[in-house]
Design a protein around this ligand. Structure first.
Ligand SMILES: Nc1ncnc2c1ncn2[C@@H]1O[C@H](COP(=O)(O)OP(=O)(O)OP(=O)(O)O)[C@@H](O)[C@H]1O
Ligand SMILES: O=P(O)(O)OC[C@H]1O[C@H](OP(=O)(O)OP(=O)(O)O)[C@H](O)[C@@H]1O
Ligand SMILES: O=C(O)c1cccnc1
Length: 483
């Protein structure tokens, strides 16, 4: 059996072998994972994928089949392949918990390990966290416009493969969805599974009314009838009303019942349907809608006064319409020469692309009175901020901008948690419902200005004075090499 140890880019393995043959593979080093700009032109990213990542790291090893395959490529020598037989992850990982709201340049995850371990983890780790954080963020954008309406994840058939469908459904939950139509995701992650019916059900009966009656007989407690197969207002809604009336008379009408609209003008049709339901005494019927929806369209439909209170979102969520990928990167920020830590920097002509050297954490400043986030500070690990002193902030991007946060008006939280120490999992994995509650809490601590879809406010993120000084020093030292 092949394993996920091969789920990597070839260059990671060739570099691992190269370092092994040069005797450098065990050099201890530190890598940061961060991203440079928010997806969807938004104001934040919701971190997701940690549980999947933990599973990957906990199980990573090379099987006999993996080694045989690598041997057959002709690229790898026997000595290196023998080394791989007993290879495993022995380092430390620190990360932001799933559901954390994060901002550009912040350390989302930090790995301390032998260099070959960092290399092998990079690709898969990035794939997992880039994907799941992207979908959780997209879902959260949908949640911010949907208010308290129900949100159903319907994307599996349009997902870019099995894994994207399954982990996408889980990420949608972290982003605030209520359930998924994806049954495997339901089984694996204990996510509520939800569903209505397809047009083929309605077409399987001589009439729409018979189709609705048969469904009501079989699933009296999950009664969302798809009303747009023939003619929504002339036939679908009246047929649904007939069935609801029959159930009401028989005393079998469930607490939650309603219709789904899947085509046409969703604002107009939903308002008309609501009027017809109210006239017939079914004013509390659910009106669900689907059809290529996303956060922009839902917001637009709400502006038009639609009467929809349940949304099925598929394609545009699961494929992250608008941002095909979260550009998270994994950069070396330092390595050990014996016992001496040597901070490292990635140079670039573009100032924003120059990395922050050193072992860092993120300190989040919350306003004590409102509980809202005020700023994030990328600080050296172990650095603290005294909340009983005034806090002076100076923007990294615009050094002429500054802010003062008065003493005793704020709280400081450290965002990275230890996940693995010396290769051992030390993190108590929270349940998905705890992750969702934490994600909701994180979003509640973000002012609406940062959540809006268009031109959101940018969170104040800056380096601490110590990180800035270290960056200047390393930049100066590196620049000397050019003369
Ligand atoms: N009131 C509205 N305002 C803006 N967009 C809407 C409105 N109602 C529906 N839409 C969106 O317009 C797009 C086209 O919908 P429409 O039902 O006309 O075409 P369709 O998807 O091709 O229909 P069908 O599913 O019958 O083939 C969909 O993304 C739908 O969600
Ligand atoms: O529109 P989405 O957000 O992707 O939501 C999922 C769609 O999947 C189903 O459609 P189906 O596959 O039957 O095709 P359709 O798009 O032609 O209705 C369902 O009726 C939704 O329209
Ligand atoms: O249950 C539904 O209504 C459903 C499921 C998947 C895709 N579209 C709709």
């Amino acid at each position: 059996m092949y394993t996920n140890a091969l789920l990597t880019d070839l260059y990671q393995l060739t570099m691992m072998q190269g370092l092994f043959l040069e005797g450098k593979h065990e050099q201890y080093c530190v890598f940061d994972r961060y991203y440079r700009s928010n997806p969807f032109n938004g104001g934040y990213t919701v971190v997701a994928g940690l549980e999947h990542l933990i599973d990957y790291v906990s199980r990573i090893h090379f099987s006999d089949d993996d080694i045989d395959y690598l041997k057959k490529t002709g690229i790898f020598c026997d000595e290196f392949l023998e080394y791989l037989r007993t290879w495993s992850f022995t380092g430390d990982i620190y990360a932001m918990p799933e559901g954390t709201v994060a901002f550009p340049q912040e350390v989302l995850l930090r790995v301390h390990a032998k260099k070959d371990e960092c290399l092998l983890l990079e690709t898969c780790m990035s794939m997992i966290m880039n994907h799941e954080s992207l979908i959780a963020t997209k879902a959260r954008r949908v949640r911010t416009v949907a208010g308290k309406d129900a949100l159903m994840e319907f994307g599996l058939r349009r997902a870019q493969g099995e894994s994207a469908g399954v982990y996408g459904a889980r990420s949608a939950m972290i982003g605030g969805f209520n359930g998924t139509s994806n049954v495997l995701a339901g089984a694996l992650f204990h996510i509520p599974i939800l569903g209505t019916m397809a047009h083929s059900w309605v077409m399987s009966f001589p009439t729409e009314l018979e189709a609705f009656r048969a469904y009501a007989r079989q699933y009296p407690n999950n009664l969302i009838l798809l009303v747009d197969t023939y003619n929504t207002l002339k036939q679908g809604v009246p047929d649904a009303i007939t069935v609801f009336q029959e159930m009401k008379e028989a005393g079998t009408l469930p607490k939650s019942y309603g219709i789904r609209l899947d085509s046409g003008d969703l604002a107009y049709l939903s308002k008309e349907a609501r009027r017809m339901f109210e006239e017939a005494g079914f004013g509390d019927a659910v009106i669900a809608a689907s059809n290529d929806l996303d956060e922009t369209l839902i917001s637009e439909l709400k502006i038009q006064g639609c009467a929809i209170n349940s949304w099925g979102v598929g394609t545009n969520l699961i494929t992250a319409k608008g941002s095909p990928s979260l550009g998270g990167v994994f950069k070396l920020v330092g390595q050990y020469d014996g016992d001496v830590f040597v901070p490292k920097i990635k140079m670039s002509d573009n100032a924003e692309k120059i990395s922050n050297p050193g072992i860092k954490n993120v300190l989040r400043i919350y306003d004590k009175k409102t509980g809202k986030m005020k700023a994030d500070i990328i600080a050296l690990e172990g650095e603290t901020i005294d909340p009983t002193q005034d806090l002076h902030l100076t923007s990294d991007k615009a050094p002429w901008r500054s802010r003062l946060i008065p003493a005793n008006s704020f709280e400081v939280k450290t965002m990275l948690r230890p996940i693995f120490l010396k290769g051992k999992l030390v993190y108590d994995l929270p349940s998905l419902s705890d992750i969702i509650a934490y994600a909701d809490e994180q979003m509640d601590s973000l002012w609406p200005e940062y959540q809006r879809l268009v031109n959101p406010e940018e969170m104040w993120v800056q380096r601490s004075a110590k990180v800035s000084a270290l960056r200047e020093k390393v930049l100066k030292e590196e620049s000397l090499h050019f003369f």
